[in-house]
Design a protein around this ligand. Structure first.
Ligand code: PXP
Length: 236
């Protein structure tokens, strides 16, 4: 299984001081040296962490691939069309949220999601849709033409006990089987950490995990290279 490292928190630390460091571009280089298979950033509409400059430089400097998390908002879609990241993950976005809360409601926004997916994919960017492990969302995702879904693992990660965790794991397994039947490729992410990540091996057909918070948090104590290497070892 591949590891996409989300480096938004490096930019968050920079932005709390509106400083020039720490630089997420440097973080991406270290993550790649430590075995990251891809770099993920979320260009939010309010630019609270990742800036346009970061995306531009990452596109010029990374050796792997850039996965741009983005809302279906005109400004960000225009930027994605201009910057041409290798991958884009469409996510819901609310200004007041601390992080992405829940998956994209593809079912209720199918026309818009299909339109943006086609524009991006025609422009050379492979699209994934960040969705909850729910049958109706997977069926809708299959109709949009998106090559990938990213299964939202937040409920699994937040489960309060082992029984709840296993129920959430089952939902991910069923969702992944269904998506695979529709010919969609499958990634997963949100809330994964050094303790719960090994259970992702029970979910079939997963290609890549996108992980941010736990890796950057551990890097504060261990250094980024060690934090990425340790996670890479756990998932591969
Ligand atoms: N995948 C998506 C779509 C996300 O929005 C995020 C958070 O930015 C992640 C994965 C990574 O989540 P975490 O930071 O909890 O590892």
């Amino acid at each position: 299984m591949k590891l996409g490292v989300n480096i938004d928190h490096v930019a968050t630390l920079r932005e709390v001081r509106k400083a020039i460091f720490p630089d997420p571009v440097k973080a991406a280089a270290i993550a790649e040296m430590a075995g990251a298979d891809g770099i993920t950033v979320h260009l939010r509409e309010d630019r609270r962490h990742i800036q346009d400059r970061d995306v531009i430089l990452l596109m010029k400097t990374i050796d792997t691939k850039l996965n741009l998390e983005m809302a279906i908002a005109d400004d960000v879609v225009d930027k994605a069309l201009e910057y041409k990241p290798q991958c884009a993950c469409l996510v819901p976005e609310k200004r007041e949220e601390l992080t992405t809360e829940g998956g994209l409601n593809v079912l209720d926004n199918i026309t818009e999601v299909t339109r943006v997916t086609k524009m991006l994919q025609d422009n050379g960017t492979v699209v994934s849709l960040f969705i909850d492990p729910a049958e109706e969302q997977i069926k809708a995702a299959a109709e949009t033409g998106a090559k990938f879904i990213e299964l939202h693992t937040g409920e699994f990660a937040n489960a309060e006990n082992e029984i709840e965790q296993m129920k959430e794991l089952d939902k991910l397994i069923i969702a992944s089987e269904l998506a695979h039947k529709f010919g969609i490729r499958i990634n997963a992410g949100h809330g994964l950490n050094y303790h719960n990540v090994s259970l992702m091996h029970k979910v079939p057909h997963l290609e890549e995990l996108n992980i941010g918070h736990s890796i950057i948090a551990r890097a504060v104590f261990s250094g980024l290279e060690t934090a990425v290497r340790d996670m890479k070892e756990l998932i591969s």
